[in-house]
Design a protein around this ligand. Structure first.
Ligand code: SF4
Length: 107
């Protein structure tokens, strides 16, 4: 398996695994959640940052130019909130201006 195919496989696996934890109608509220720390081991593994502008766009797998947690398919909560729940990091809130390597476009 090529390096890129393996990376994509791992990302999609993470998304699928996160979906297993999501319970419809039981979406967490960001105000109830602690903020995800950038040095959290899972955050580091997913290259999460609070500020997407610090990420070199050329290093991203997905070609979409503007990628933030606020426009990611995996974010939850209310548009406009500074910190929002994310399906990849259950029990934590991510910064709306953040980014991680699992970013996916909204359908
Ligand atoms: Fe979650 Fe998407 Fe932000 Fe990654 S980019 S932390 S998957 S909302």
């Amino acid at each position: 398996m090529s390096k890129i195919a393996r990376r994509k496989f791992l990302q999609l696996s993470a998304v699928a695994a996160a979906g297993c934890f999501v319970q419809p109608g039981r979406e967490a509220r960001a105000s109830d959640l602690p903020q995800l720390a950038e040095d959290d081991p899972m955050a580091k593994a997913m290259k999460y940052t609070h500020d997407a502008s610090t990420v070199d766009a050329a290093s991203r797998n997905n070609p979409a130019a503007d990628q933030t947690c606020a426009n990611c398919a995996l974010v939850q909560g209310a548009d406009g909130d500074a910190w929002r729940p994310c399906q990849i990091f259950p029990g934590k809130a991510v910064n709306a201006n953040g980014w991680c390597s699992v970013w996916a476009p909204k359908a």
